[in-house]
Design a protein around this ligand. Structure first.
Ligand SMILES: [Zn+2]
Length: 201
């Protein structure tokens, strides 16, 4: 797995490639503030586990040069730009593990999908799927709209939907491991985020 680790840690020239499925733009805020609401979570995750995953993703994305803060719910009522609400809402997640509504500033997690995962594949580390989904969706709030063609990136899509497949540095198939994608933003995710937000490298 040395290749995966090297891909996470470094972003080589030419590796910032995206699928033509969105247009990156600056985040438009000086800080991304998030609030986590535990109501409706599936039984396999306690509040500290999910909150910890939200905090890890936020800390990693702060490498983009935009502050990321996880607030308590009481702080969410303070004046100013409303924070992103990270919530369990199956309807808004629409069949995904997680889905973002940028306009409404909501990141919805899907309890039904995680319950299904636990039933069908109890040996699978669901906390990793949770971390990856949170990291990915959070990236959209930092302005990353297009999905990466580099399999390892937390912002990647494995295929284009039209037969094209994401790339790995050594050319190996991403299907060689159950989940090739990183759990937290990689060097290329952060480099793209810094570029679109006008942060020097
Ligand atoms: Zn996405």
């Amino acid at each position: 797995m040395a290749t995966r680790e090297a891909e996470i840690a470094s972003c080589l020239p030419g590796e910032l490639r995206t699928w033509p499925d969105g247009r990156d733009r600056p985040a438009g805020v000086d800080a991304v503030r998030l609030v986590y609401r535990h109501a409706g979570a599936p039984p396999q995750f306690d509040e500290a586990t999910v909150l910890g995953a939200v905090q890890r993703a936020a800390r990693a994305w702060a490498g983009c040069g935009i502050a990321a803060e996880v607030l308590g719910e009481a702080a969410a009522t303070l004046p100013g730009a409303p924070p992103v609400l990270v919530q369990w809402n199956e309807a808004e997640a629409r069949g995904n593990f997680a889905l973002t509504d940028l306009g409404a500033r909501r990141l919805s997690l899907n309890a039904a999908m995680f319950k299904l995962l636990a039933q069908r594949n109890p040996g699978h580390p669901a906390a990793q799927t949770l971390q990856m989904a949170l990291s990915h969706e959070m990236g959209h709030f930092f302005g990353l709209m297009a999905h990466s063609r580099r399999c390892i990136d937390v912002m990647s899509y494995y295929d284009s939907g039209h037969g094209e497949v994401c790339s790995t540095r050594d050319g190996a198939s991403p299907k060689a491991v159950v989940e090739y994608r990183a759990l937290l933003p990689t060097a290329c995710d952060i480099a793209r985020c810094r570029a679109v937000n006008g942060r020097a490298r």
